[in-house]
Ligand binder design. Structure first.
Ligand code: GLN
Length: 531
């Protein structure tokens, strides 16, 4: 069977949850036995979001193959459990880079290179890449941005052309907002009508309209949208605000999104979607008997999206542990020795987040020292692990001024140092140690206990590493290397066995936690916080 395509566009406002709708549809189709891939097209000129400050765009999500991608790919993986790759996230920058490379190579044989057809052809080629792999029944492509933006025009034009070329085989879902006016007590459809008009002006007719709303939409409103936007009334559906994003697949099932998409794609409905495990997870999420407070220490805490995958991992791990995880957001720049006891004493666990650069470092070190000396379960991720090593060096091994060469190039004790493979690299984009690497666990360690297996694979995104020249000194003083890369010998995990639960990981476990498979380290961390 040839692959069918679904496109998801957004109108009226940004942040309406296109990624969640796309992920929910993928989940529903998967639950009916279909093989589905999600893809995100981002209309910015950065080649990938790896060089973006998290304040701009939230977390940078990393795939197994080392692609630095949009955080929506995290939703795709968490909902469907299917790993994504570089092919699942394309930006305007990458499209232009490919076209310009081809131009320089002479591939265009003297033609004038233009947005149409060269850029749009390259976009179409990238959309079809996943379909051409022959693995998927349906590819769901989400177009970032909002209809009407100058930036997204070439993408929508490419979708228009592709739909024409594909004939019957594609569906376009347009997600808009129906605002509620408190003063008059009315729900307004006009913005949706305008947004669909903007799509029509560029030659694209949506097949399904999903209306994001705070209040239930009655039949009359749905009929009105159907009438003005040329879609069948049953293809106008609501996406109502819910307590958790994980309820959206259930809500969209009630709206029959999956049935209507399959019908329009000419695919059989198969059996009813098997959502048993999903519903079990949702039940656990809502019916917990315990609660824990975890301090998340980082420098981007004003923007929770900067730590999206960590937050979601806690939700998954909480549900398994029959427990609600309440995150206390602690700004690393506002934490110091004086206020640490007041801010940290009531926490059941402390997580020190990944990051770059020296801003907020001293607060992170303070949090780690507090966790270590007060036997509070601690999980350090990437920079968080590196800081745990530095804290231990300074306060236990008495290596005064011990540091990472990222923060202090001339430190007398470079306990965290630039990886040898990084020495000659000057470019910032896509040049870190990225993607999945193997790690061998030490039997008897907390990590081994959590994973229940000797060899694991986790995703990385860093330039610096634990300096193995100090390994023996650390081990003798009580901080052990319990996870090691079998090929390079790099330290991937450190632990303090004398502590209740003190684990620092150089990799990012949060990228691999899904609803159906919560991450073992997060599960073990929450368990330790509960004990
Ligand atoms: N800045 C550190 C490094 O590059 C840690 C990176 C991270 O936390 N992702 O090694």
């Amino acid at each position: 069977m040839s692959t069918k395509y679904v496109f998801v566009t957004g109108g009226v406002a940004s942040s309406l949850g296109k990624g969640i709708i796309a992920s929910s549809l993928a989940k529903l189709l998967q639950a009916r036995g279909y093989k589905v891939a999600n893809q995100k097209l981002d209309p910015y000129i950065n080649i990938d979001p790896g060089t973006l400050n998290p304040y701009e765009h939230g977390e940078c999500y990393v795939t197994d193959d080392g692609a630095e991608t949009d955080l929506d790919l995290g939703h795709y993986e968490r909902f469907t459990g299917c790993p994504t790759s570089q092919a699942n996230n394309i930006t305007t920058g990458r499209i232009y880079q490919n076209v310009i490379t081809k131009e320089r190579r002479g591939d265009y044989l003297g033609k004038t290179v233009q947005i149409v057809p060269h850029i749009t052809d390259e976009i179409k080629r990238n959309i079809k890449l996943l379909g051409n792999q022959g693995e998927y029944d349906v590819v769901i492509t989400e177009i970032g941005g909002t209809v009407g933006d100058i930036e997204s025009l070439p993408f929508i034009e490419a979708v228009r052309q592709l739909r024409w070329e594909l004939g019957e085989k594609s569906v376009l879902i347009h997600l808009t907002l129906v605002p509620y006016l408190h003063a008059s007590g009315e729900l307004k459809t006009k913005p949706t009508q305008h947004s669909v008009k903007a799509l029509l002006e560029i030659g694209v007719q949506p097949d399904i309209i999903v209306l994001r709303t705070e209040h239930d939409l009655n039949t009359e409103i749905r009929r009105k949208v159907a009438l003005f936007c040329n879609v069948a009334p049953k293809a106008v559906m609501q996406s109502i605000d819910v307590d958790t994003i994980y309820e959206v697949p259930i809500k969209m099932r009630e709206e029959k999104l999956d049935e209507i998409v399959l019908e329009q794609l000419g695919l059989p409905l198969n059996s009813d979607p098997d959502l048993d495990n999903w519903k079990k997870f949702l039940y656990k999420l809502k019916n917990y008997s315990k609660e824990v407070r975890i301090g998340l220490v980082g420098k981007y805490v004003e923007l929770h999206d900067a730590y999206k995958s960590i937050v979601e991992s806690f939700i998954h791990a909480g549900a398994v542990n029959d427990c609600k995880v309440n995150i206390e957001w602690i700004h690393s720049e506002e934490l110091n020795k004086e206020n640490a006891p007041a801010k940290l004493k009531d926490l059941h666990g402390i997580l020190v987040a990944p990051g770059f650069g020296h801003r907020g470092i001293s607060g992170k070190l303070t949090a780690i020292e507090y966790a270590r000396t007060h036997n509070i379960p601690f999980l350090g991720i990437c920079l968080g692990m590196q800081m745990a090593v530095i804290e231990f060096a300074r306060n236990v091994l008495k290596m005064e001024g011990a540091d990472s060469t990222e923060m202090a190039a001339k430190t007398a004790y470079p306990v965290i140092d630039l990886m040898a493979s990084q020495h000659d690299i000057t470019d910032k984009g896509g040049t870190m140690r990225l993607g999945a690497y193997k790690c061998k666990l030490k039997e008897g360690s907390k990590a081994y206990e959590a994973y229940g297996q000797k060899e694991i694979q986790e995703r990385h995104r860093h330039r610096y590493e634990f300096n193995s020249k100090y390994r023996e000194e650390f081990e003798n003083a009580g901080m052990l290397t319990t996870g090691i890369n079998p090929e390079s010998g790099l330290t991937e995990i450190v632990e303090i066995p004398a502590h209740k639960w003190f684990v620092g990981v150089q990799f990012h476990p949060e990228y691999k936690s899904t609803v159906i498979k919560p991450h073992p380290l997060f599960v073990a961390f929450i368990k330790a916080c509960l004990s």
